[in-house]
Design a protein around this ligand. Sequence first.
Ligand SMILES: Nc1ncnc2c1ncn2[C@@H]1O[C@H](COP(=O)(O)OP(=O)(O)OP(=O)(O)O)[C@@H](O)[C@H]1O
Length: 263
Amino acid sequence: MSNDIILLTVEDVSLSFVQSKESVVKALNHVSFMVKRGEIFGLVGESGSGKSTMGRAIARLVRPQSGSIRLEGKELTRKMSTKERKISAKDVQMIFQDPMSALNPKWTVMQMLLEPLNIHQNSLSSAEKQSAVFAMMEEVGLNPAYANRYVHEFSGGQRQRISIARALMNRPKLLICDESIAALDLSIQAQIVNLLKKLRKEFDLSMIFISHDLAMVNYISDRIGVIYKGDLVEMGDADQVYHHPQHAYTKSLLNAIPKVAFT
Ligand SMILES: Nc1ncnc2c1ncn2[C@@H]1O[C@H](COP(=O)(O)OP(=O)(O)OP(=O)(O)O)[C@@H](O)[C@H]1O
């Protein structure tokens, strides 16, 4: 980690989904944590614990009923003008389990990676944008010669590399990875996680790595937060949480996950 500057502050965030008059799901319950610049913060919990909702709230895809989410001191939960929204969308990017959800099957890789530049980098010439795309393809381990291929021509791991490249085109400050490797084979998972670690260093990027897999979260993260039924029940340095869990829920997560590849 490059320094101790705080990038993201999540303070006392609560968020409920009203499903019907009788049914309200409390997805987040007074959650607080912070992420430093250049840090990878792992958010772990079983399905339905509220991890994705936390990530989506930071990416401004859902709005908490109460609490504060600040990026470099700027409140993200407040109403924003179109211009402010555009800037905030550039700073926080999110990648998902299924890269196809964010990738247009009718576009080539070049078109997909040019789009973020066309939105945010109007001062660049076409040639500069194209060379930025080639450079980013190399960064994420894709052969630039494949720039004119379509997404369906790539494997699952390569598609996730494309979505990482797209997310990084405008140099965000924070990348939220929501179960981004869960659907991949174990060996490919390792490649993508190692790529994320490399990119974090090269781009001085902060990340929130969301996963149900505590072993994987420990492998990639500097610190870990454990979330259970919307409550952040434990938080600490990755090794501390992984090797000396304090909360019964963390211990049960640890027991439930086969610890083969990433210990
Ligand atoms: N848009 C929504 N409308 C209603 N309820 C929702 C919505 N999104 C999430 N929930 C509910 O909020 C709770 C937390 O869901 P969330 O997706 O954040 O959990 P998760 O830990 O990310 O689980 P998973 O890994 O299965 O996505 C769950 O009970 C879920 O059913």
